[in-house]
Design a protein around this ligand. Sequence first.
Ligand SMILES: [Zn+2]
Length: 404
Amino acid sequence: MSQQAVYAALGVRGYEHRSIRLGEGSVIVRLQVKDQDVCCPGCGSDDVVRRGCQIREFRAPPIAHRCVLLLIDVPRVACEACGTVRQVALTGMAEGHRCTRSFVRYVIELRKVMTIRDLALHLGVSEWLVRTIEKEYLQQHFAKPRLKETTKIAIDELSIGGGHRYLTIVLDLTSGAILHVGEGKGADALSPFWRRLKASRARIDAVAMDMSAAYIFAVTKHLPDATIVFDKFHVVKLMNDKLSDLRRELFREATDGLDKQVLKGTRWLLMKNPDHLDDERNEPDRLQEALALNQPLATAYYLKEDLRQLWSQKTKATARKFLNRWIRRAESSGIRILQRFAKTLQTHRRGLLAWYDFRISTGPLEGVNNKIRTLPRTAYGYRDQTYFRLKLHALHTTHYALIG
Ligand SMILES: [Zn+2]
């Protein structure tokens, strides 16, 4: 392989080769700036007088296990045209770091599959340098997520650090990019997002979210033309919670020891999708036994199961009829918890049926949550908020979210 080919592979071009030698665990390459390239770094004039030379050291990507050190003779020149005396500019070097741009690219690439610590060890540099290089890259590419083309978003809160801290996340449902990370939950956490969204002049058609009053208020205020779509998973989960509340209530009221015993073990069976009930563990029978013993529980259970059909109707019109029927059934059940829930659905019917106009949900945010949850707890960004946020904004570009 010619010298040029080696330099091309290292991403170092435009220098004159002087020598290569092996050091301890390293390859030391001596280079100098080509005579014809010596010019004033300020004005570009080649009418310059040399004023000495300084050897500077730069990192290039490693060759196998050896790190590559470039020692470059950098001339100082006095410019006849503009009168300054400076070192000439070097091509291919990363600004602010003593390494090549190819080294920076190498760090960014490997960072996708290696932790900071492993990468620093592999390269023989400090963790600080790896982190700084990555942070600069993220800052450059992800600090300001583009909002202009966004049309559909999902909003949800996410608990991290064992439920001690909440983040409000806004996701672009088309690109999958996190557009906003707000501290805390509720409307306040969204305020900075609305400002940026307004400035971007994006036209948002639809927003997927849960039925929380705070979000409804905020979205209605800031995006009056957008269609609110209540997320089906949240609605089903809420119904599950109601069923669970009812079971608990019935358990408290049960006077018969047998009733109590049957009710006791049914919580998870009630929540489970009936298709997933385990035959070998007698789950279908146990569930039937509990339902047979308890009429209110059975009513609530079948209403819960039916509710999921709201999202698999043929048309919006049939879905509307279905919802009306469901609400009537719940209202006439005589069960207070169900009646209250029916009222909630009645109040939110528009956003429930809007799913037939925009089939969106906060489901994709669940994937984001899972990625974040796989992070070590120390990585939740208590130490470096900016870095954590940038990582979140870049999350859709990576398979894993390596922060540590
Ligand atoms: Zn000059």
